[in-house]
Design a binder for this molecule. Structure first.
Ligand SMILES: [Zn+2]
Length: 350
């Protein structure tokens, strides 16, 4: 495979290396064993391939510099979250940008390792995926697991290797389950949303009929992942790709007063905390502590949640409707294989 920059997808200019998982984080959590990139063998077993500490991806020097700014900003934010210190909505938004970056980076690392059914060259890179679609974050706290202080347990599924719409990231005793897709939460948060999406010429999607929002936020917001006493749910609508083409739909007081940066299509941070279905809005400079009560659910159940989110994302993924019927057929079959694997894994975690 020819080398591509993990950020822009072009052949790397002034070659540079990017650590997908920052070294400071590996050191921070690295009292135990170093997390390994595991690759699936033909018999279905997972074999450790390389330590994340040594695992880098090619990148352009300029792309790497551009994103090192984000890395620098997110480090103190993440450390504050892990220390149960308050963070602002703007900071949460940056943290979500960073999760977009890590999620895509982990997916592209699979392409480099030629691990996965999807063998066509990738068409989405980190720059195409950071801060461009709605996102969600589930935050849970587990009993400290001495052997698991840094892990991404669900990144070995075929769904993740081909789409990477969601992933679970365990850091210390925090479990972050992050998902992102067009209009995933917009409608429930009262923002305009697309009613019909399909993939017409990957990576291009066709979105028909963006309709006005209801101008109020109401739960449940995403699938079965409702409020719970031991869970904090974070949502952010993002309309950057639509602000110019559908400006009239967005140009109203509700949307404008629930944004971090209206002109750039960056919606604000909404959250649910505790058992209530009420969805609250956090003003850009208001602070909150993202520390849910420690869960009484066991570790296996927490892991199952990651696969359940993947299955939910897959169920709502845009179907293929290109001019090539065989290509559509192939991809729709691939969806079935991914779903079969996810359902099997979910059952194994019951
Ligand atoms: Zn680049």
């Amino acid at each position: 495979m020819s080398k591509f920059c993990v950020f822009c997808g072009r052949p790397p200019v002034d070659k540079n290396r990017e650590h997908i998982i920052p070294q400071w984080l590996i050191k921070h959590t690295g009292r135990g064993k170093m997390p390994m990139v595991k690759v699936m063998e033909p018999d279905g077993t997972l074999k450790p391939k390389i330590s994340y500490m040594n695992f880098t991806m090619p990148a352009c020097e300029s792309c790497n510099e551009e994103f090192s700014d984000l890395e620098g900003k997110v480090k103190p934010i993440l450390l504050n979250i892990l220390a149960d210190k308050p963070v602002t909505a703007r900071e949460i938004s940056l943290f979500l940008d960073w999760l977009d970056k890590v999620r895509l980076g982990l997916r592209l690392s699979r392409v480099y390792l030629q691990d996965g059914l999807h063998q066509e060259p990738p068409h989405t890179f980190i720059k195409d995926r950071v801060g461009l679609t709605d996102r969600m974050l589930i935050i849970e706290k587990i009993k400290p697991q001495p052997d698991v202080r840094l892990a991404f347990p669900d990144t070995n599924t075929q769904y993740f290797k081909s789409a990477a719409g969601s992933f679970q990231f365990i850091i210390d005793n925090y479990v972050f389950t992050n998902a992102s897709a067009h209009f995933m939460v917009s409608s429930k948060l009262g923002f305009p949303y697309g009613t019909h999406i399909e993939t017409v010429d990957a990576p291009n999607i066709a979105i028909d009929d963006i309709v006005p929002g209801k101008k109020r936020a109401r739960g449940p917001v995403f699938g079965n992942f409702g409020p719970s006493s031991d869970r904090i749910l974070i949502y952010q609508p993002i309309f950057k790709p639509f602000i110019s083409t559908d400006y009239k739909l967005y140009d109203n007081d509700y949307v404008k007063s629930h944004c971090i940066d209206f002109a750039n299509g960056l919606g604000g941070i909404f959250y649910q905390r505790g058992k209530t279905n009420e969805v609250k809005y956090l003003n850009p400079d208001d602070k909150t502590v993202l520390s849910p009560a420690e869960t009484t659910r066991d570790f296996k159940t927490i892991l199952r949640g990651a696969y359940e989110v993947q299955a939910e994302m897959l169920a709502h993924a845009p179907k293929y409707n290109t001019s090539d019927a065989r290509f559509n057929d192939y991809n729709n079959k691939l969806f079935q294989v991914m779903n079969w694997e996810l359902q099997k894994t979910i059952a194994a975690h019951r």
